[in-house]
Design a binder for this molecule. Sequence first.
Ligand code: NAD
Ligand code: ZN
Ligand code: ZN
Length: 391
Amino acid sequence: MRALVWHGKEDIRCDTVTDPEIEHPRDAIIKVSSCAICGSDLHLFHNFIPAMMPGDIMGHEMMGEVIETGSEMNGSLKKGDRIVVPFTINCGECDQCKRGNFSVCERSNRNKQMSDKVFGHATAGLFGYTHLTGGYPGGQAEYLRVPFADATHIRVPDSMTDEQALFLGDILPTGWQAAVHCDIEPTDTVVIWGCGPVGQMAIRSAVLLGAKQVVAIDCVAERLSMAQAGGAITINFEEESVVERLNELTNGKGPEKCIDAVGLESHVSMSQPDTLMDRAKQMMMVENDRPHVIREMIYVCRPGGIISIPGVYSGLVDKIPLGMAMNKGLSFRMGQTHVKRWTDDLLRRIEEGQIDPSFVITHTVGLEEGPEMYKVFRDKQDSCIKVVLKP
Ligand SMILES: NC(=O)c1ccc[n+]([C@@H]2O[C@H](COP(=O)([O-])OP(=O)(O)OC[C@H]3O[C@@H](n4cnc5c(N)ncnc54)[C@H](O)[C@@H]3O)[C@@H](O)[C@H]2O)c1
Ligand SMILES: [Zn+2]
Ligand SMILES: [Zn+2]
């Protein structure tokens, strides 16, 4: 089959690889009908996440038709079913899965020992991601093996298009979880840093959850316009002071809730000098990530507020003002998304027309164009916001 394969830093190719096969009775194979490129894929593209290996198949946002199943589906899945695959592989039976903590499933990471050592405790297996999370082949491919498929799937009604359903596997529940983590009250100002696909979903989620005002920050014009269309007041951080504008919008009190939808690759910018320092430290390998947004959130957040971090960080960060956060009494909530915890509710909201996540798609292309689209998405060329690939 054809698949997008990681060969090293900024080197993804569309290769011919071996077709996946059923390896375990709880596996299923799907023929991928649609898949997408995620901001997390860019972190892998830039080799910021450790333990990628040449030959790894990329992709963790995908859906398709079940074409083969193992013998232990217990009636949950059969050939011909149309499913979205959550990017967090969950067994559905362990203590964490029972609590709904699917992204820290205790059984689905097949490299548990490595993950135990690095993280203290293993987290769930993820598709198309580092070997620390199992090194499972991803879904930017014609076919995908889904481990624990009886538990790791979201069944999609025929009435729903691929474009409406696809993002249930990642960015929609990710934006939603980030907003839910904010415990939004009707009096709250919720601020979202980053108007990429995850930020866009977080904006719509914060609006749906009833925030008083939603503010979105980025420096890319078309992303800010899309944020505004979703109901946000926007701030272009290259043109105005984030701190001053947020104080204006909150009568000097600061926003109650702050969401980091940027993650470890905050723009390196003269207007944010700490990012220059972080970039230099990254190059000297004394810091993994550029946590400008976290520093800024701690500074602007109203005392007693919540900092919600869906943005991905990979390792050690420097100069986080913990004393400021402690004295202001801030709460931190973060994590890879517990996808299945949210998807029954979100599927219903799509069916009822409360949200149609397809608004975010700007580019739809074939798999062969995938390697080029990584660059287009990364560089925000051609007003690119979200790429869907049709294998
Ligand atoms: N927690 C999860 O389960 C999960 C799931 C999906 C994605 N993510 C992460 O969410 C983050 C965003 O993903 P995406 O797909 O939207 O990626 P993206 O790269 O398209 O979006 C990031 C946006 O942040 C903006 N930005 C950069 N520096 C900024 C700054 N200082 N202030 C404000 N905005 C800034 C960029 O211009 C860009 O629009 C990534 O870190 C990704 O890995 C996490
Ligand atoms: Zn993702
Ligand atoms: Zn589990």
